[in-house]
Write a protein that binds this ligand. Structure first.
Ligand code: CU
Length: 162
């Protein structure tokens, strides 16, 4: 099973020069490839051709997402369309509450970690981004902005998978 903190460390160690978290110069995420999709505790990268629903989420400098809670059906492939309404960089990282908490702690120690995984998107001010995700497991998961100070300020949302 894929564990975010290990991935992040591996990426940070393997890459020079390091791209900052959410650096606009970060390498682009590779195109969807079904053969490379890995299952995680909170689902898997979704096939953009099988999106069942689009959910728009706004990001603000108040360190809040709107909406901050969404409900999806198990098995559903969702396209999150993220709009950054603020003047700061924001991101959305999907995961389990535990993985996101651990990841946030790692961010404090390694602020230059590189990220371009399918469960996350960095969105520049005034810009938009997206994540396509299939929620293959039931349960409550979270999404969060792990940029320094944002997670701590409460930039966290919930996904309930029925
Ligand atoms: Cu943020």
């Amino acid at each position: 099973m894929k564990k975010l903190p290990i991935l992040c460390l591996a990426a940070a160690a393997a890459t020079a020069p390091a791209f900052g978290h959410g650096d606009p110069a970060k390498p682009p995420r590779p195109a969807y490839d079904a053969a490379k999709v890995e299952d995680t505790a909170f689902g898997r990268e979704g096939d953009p051709d099988r999106v069942a629903r689009t959910i728009r989420i706004d990001m603000a400098d108040t360190m809040r997402y709107t909406p901050s809670q969404v409900t999806v059906k198990r098995g559903e492939t969702v396209r999150f369309v993220l709009h950054n309404r603020g003047h700061l960089l924001h991101e959305m990282v999907l995961g389990t509450a535990q993985a996101l908490g651990e990841h946030a702690e790692l961010m404090k120690k390694f602020p230059e970690m590189e990220h371009a995984d399918p469960n996350m998107a960095h969105v520049k001010p005034g810009s938009s981004g997206q994540i396509v995700w299939q929620f293959s497991r039931a349960g409550r998961f979270e999404f969060a902005c792990l940029l320094p100070g944002h997670f701590e300020a409460g930039m966290v949302g919930k996904v309930d998978v029925e």
